[in-house]
Design a protein around this ligand. Sequence first.
Ligand code: TYM
Length: 338
Amino acid sequence: MSARPRVLSGVQPTGALHLGNWLGAIRNWVSLQDDHDTFFCVVDLHAITVPHDPALLAENTRRTAALYLASGIDPERSSVFVQSQVTAHSELTWLLNCVTPLNWLERMIQFKEKARKQGENVSVGLLDYPVLMAADILLYDADLVPVGEDQKQHLELARDIAQQRINARFAPEDRPLLKVPEPLILAEGARVMSLQDGRSKMSKSDPNEGSRLNLLDPPELITRKIKRAKTDPVLGLEFGNPERPEADNLLGLYALLSGVGREVAARECAPMGWGQFKPLLAEAAVEALRPLQERYAAILAEPGYLDQVLRSGRERASAVAEASLERVRAAMGFLPSR
Ligand code: TYM
């Protein structure tokens, strides 16, 4: 096991990544690279737990990886890889499936929400989603998993599987088989809300495009979406008023995107009307995303670069994941795989 604490996280390559994915997750991965051993995967197997278009999956997978790099993930210091290309993820999922109680999965909030939206067409994969996520994390003996607030329950499940279903059953007490991971959920940005409803989460699956700012939206579109964002009739922006979730959300976005922080943002915007505030927020968003968008274009313009990053990430990830899988296989009583 490595001396530096391990970090693993991932994003699904479903459609365009938005501000919530960036502020809640990817942006926080960047500084962890300095003193952690970091693994970041594009979780393409998770992306097929809801109906998907095969013509788009590979392209979205590459785009998501390119966005990691454009956000400041450095492939020299982090292993950036595609989940499905490291087959140990699927194999460990099966082993974990056979020790995970069904009712642990049935009570997952995200499953219940997504299942409700899909009606009849719910796949076994959607129910099993958190077990695959547990495998992603446990294969790397991750100490820390930086995610947004909505992933907290899935992290708790991964901890329970590691502790109660693997370590307690298959390992001596003083030599646990799998590391029990901790979530890393920052206070700011962990729950970015929809531009059209301050009480619901910004989400890739919201049919209303105007509900989210995508990381690759051009400046005019960002400005237009913010102009049309839901407001209220009250003058002045403020944090923490439960009657004004839109004010809280947009002021929080301004504090993060402009970099001035919550205190200064609150003071600066307290006397402002929405008409004065929105252009300010739009400018902060455009400026915050500009460097990311420029790097993204440069990465994709360099032939072969991204593929080479993913190849070397896959090699590094496979070496770690294969060893963990073999350890679990042996403890569960299987013949060696090689
Ligand atoms: P995904 O693709 O739905 O979300 C990726 C990351 O973005 C965060 N996030 C948000 N944060 C703040 N506000 C929002 N509105 C918002 N929407 C999304 C999510 O919390 C997440 O951190 N199941 C994971 C993917 C995954 C994973 C893993 C993560 C699969 N295996 C292993 C960590 C470790 C997910 O939610 O993806």
